[in-house]
Design a protein around this ligand. Structure first.
Ligand SMILES: [Zn+2]
Length: 412
């Protein structure tokens, strides 16, 4: 095949092929700029005209050609910059500045890493994890500059914390509820962290926020009531139910410990870790076998029976037609839970008493819990995919890539 045809097939603007070699596993193609190509200085970014001082080459991976891997040897010219008198190589528009790949190769990496693990993406493209990481990070950083600045604002938003590492390291996600996307995130979960989001969108956007759904954390509540003054603050149903389930599970663990001490094999089998879903699932989703299981457990253990009653009782609140009847239902539930004799539920009653207003605000703004739940699940999956998030910044960007504005699926 003629060099000219390969030049056409490669389609790199203003560059021609000067040599093609077969090497192990693919093609090595040397490309150099046409003489008429303007010299764009990597120092100042401007076009210079003058004498070429010298040349150097850099290797860069490119997309495969004719079913073979392609490694480009790119000739870069060097020239003295009239601005500061120093030597600079030219910048090449279709090369990533740091990652030693072409833009289009990086684009493929980015598209693959948005659907699968770095290891699998690397296997497919024939590069190691470390390179995938570098290319991915560089691409995401570039996209973040374009799409996450200035900070996007939303009228209806939701704030969520995510544990991202052992030892209770958390990050905060802000979600645009209408677009169903993460629009901002940062390490930490203090009110100062959320304050930074509100500050970055500016007062005008803050005033326009209509509703903020959150997980009940006082830090988020106080930041939001200070900064987004017109917003209805809703203690998200998804998180309320989650709290309820954690409390049921606390009771289960306690009773299991007791049963073990007393050697109650019947109870231990009914309450083991594998069985906990019977207690946490929605009743209507239980199979007949599971319903039977639950009935036996409730018959044998009073605290668990009570806990299940309290859980069902609470869910009643959400079936009420309006806020005032819900309030009545909630207040009587709080009284019941407080006097239930189950410490975990008494503590929960206290928490819900303090936040009743926000729980009831759900009736003013019935934000679907499916959004929080969906994004939570995606992030869980992301964590399981084990990219080796060696740094927090990378993890924050990956969340945007998988659940937010940096997803290739949402790109215009
Ligand atoms: Zn220059």
């Amino acid at each position: 095949m003629r060099r000219y045809s390969i030049t056409r097939a490669l389609g790199l603007p203003e560059y021609k092929v000067s040599e093609v070699r077969s090497e192990l596993g693919g093609l090595q193609i040397r490309v150099e700029p046409y003489k008429r190509k303007p010299f764009i200085c990597s120092g100042c970014g401007e076009v210079h005209v003058g004498k070429i001082n010298s040349r150097k080459t850099v290797a860069a991976d490119d997309l495969g050609l004719f079913g073979q891997r392609v490694r480009l040897i790119v000739v870069k010219r060097r020239m003295r910059c009239p601005r500061d008198g120093r030597l600079y190589v030219e910048s090449v528009a279709w090369l990533k500045p740091r990652a030693r790949v072409t833009d289009r190769f990086a684009e493929d990496v980015y598209r693959l890493t948005s659907i699968t693990t770095n290891t699998e993406a690397g296997w497919y493209l024939g590069i190691d994890d470390e390179r995938v990481y570098r290319i991915d990070l560089e691409t995401l950083e570039e996209l973040a500059k374009k799409k996450l600045e200035p900070t996007p604002a939303a009228e209806n938003m939701s704030v969520d914390e995510v544990a991202w590492r052992k030892y209770y390291r958390y990050l905060t996600n802000v979600i645009d509820v209408d677009a169903r996307r993460v629009i901002w995130n940062s390490m930490g979960r203090t009110s100062e962290v959320l304050d930074r989001y509100y500050d970055s969108i500016g007062t005008e956007n803050c005033v326009r926020i209509k509703s903020v759904a959150l997980d009940g954390a006082m830090t988020y509540i106080s930041s939001t009531s200070n900064k987004a003054r017109n917003a209805v603050i809703v203690y998200d149903k998804f998180h309320v139910v989650q709290k309820l389930n954690t409390t049921v599970d606390t009771v289960r663990k306690l009773e299991l410990r007791k049963a073990r001490k007393e050697d109650r094999t019947d109870l231990i089998n009914l309450m083991g870790c594998k069985q906990r879903f019977v207690l946490l699932k929605k009743k209507e989703n239980l199979s007949d076998g599971q319903k039977d299981h639950l009935a036996r457990l409730c018959a044998l253990n009073e605290p668990i029976y009570k806990a299940m009653l309290l859980k069902d009782g609470f869910l009643e609140v959400y079936t009420k037609p309006d806020e005032s009847s819900a309030e009545e239902c909630l207040n009587s539930w709080i009284a019941q839970a407080a006097s239930s004799g189950i410490p975990a539920f008494a503590a929960l009653a206290e928490k819900f008493r303090n936040k009743a207003r926000y729980i009831l605000n759900w009736f003013k703004n019935r934000i679907s819990s499916a959004i929080s739940e969906g994004i939570n699940n995606k992030i869980k999956r992301l964590k399981r995919m084990a990219y080796g998030y060696r740094n927090a910044r990378y993890f924050l960007l990956k969340i945007h890539q998988h659940c937010g504005l940096l997803s290739p699926r949402f790109s215009p």
